[in-house]
Design a protein around this ligand. Sequence first.
Ligand code: TXA
Ligand code: MG
Length: 329
Amino acid sequence: MKISSSQAIELLKKNQVVAIPTETVYGLAARIGSDLALNKIFETKKRPFFDPLIVHVTSIDQAKTLCLSWNPIMQCLAESFWPGPLTLVVPKTKIVSDLITSGLTTVGLRCPQHPIALEIIEGVGQPLAAPSANLFGQTSPSQADHVISEFNNQVPVVDGGACSVGIESTVLLVQNLKISILRPGQITELMIEKALNQEHLEFQWTKSVDKKLSPGQMKHHYMPSKPLFGIDSDFKGDLISRLNKELSQLPDEVEGVKIHKPKQIRSVKELVLSDLAPEAARQLYSELRILAEGPEDSLIFHFNKSHDGPEWVAVRERLSKACTKYIKS
Ligand code: TXA
Ligand code: MG
């Protein structure tokens, strides 16, 4: 059911969950002060409690109320990229419930750019926790209709149009002077570096992050309702028979994420994306949903050298995790 912003504000105040548009993807929102509503997020998404939620704020000042030690790196990045698709993982204050952070001492904070998201947070008068509005492990929603079909019309959604970025925010862990990208997004490593250098701030990239500090790193994610196979540019041979061979060896589930398996693969549909990474990001989730509804029993995507550039890191990561299997030569 589609609802207005003011209806969403009322429902959120009454401890309900509501799907709201952001510039990245639609989020399934709840008030951070309502454990009842936060529990409903996990229940609705069938999300395991070990995976923490992102908290959405309207300003740097509001973010600071949730952070134990706001530092110049956080200030610089928030000023450079908020409102926008960057989530900062920072030490949390007591206001932030353990349900949101899965018991971690950090919280992910982001100020979204969509005017409707900002209007709703403002109207509720409290930050909103919101993971992407999809079932755990499945394709994220970049349009209101995606949310409606994902939850069989059981979750009210505010329609804010198609998301302008189309894939989730960059998640950056900030530990004193050390920074690490936990999830790539439209805000790239280079953009972060440039912003910090401009302010002459000292910082250090760390590539290896303790797994406990980043629990959301599942092997599979964003998966469409039919198997998607990544095809290496070196692959030669009979694709259908190779896919059937791979199919017979697939597990039913990986790390709690269900693997979709037809009995047999007879036909494939190719996912074709723009050659420009930002456009490909906008197309990705809606194309996956459209193709998964077609008559073919599986989907394929041809990876090639043009996807190796730094501007492709985020789209490539989503595609790799959405793939049931990568087929090499
Ligand atoms: O663009 C986005 O970020 C969207 C929109 C709705 O804002 N939200 C989103 O939320 O993608 P979700 O829950 O689907 O992904 C959040 C990611 C997860 O991988 C989670 O593990 C990670 O951020 N995360 C959240 N809080 C964290 C924390 N305290 N420490 C480490 N990782 C965290
Ligand atoms: Mg998600």
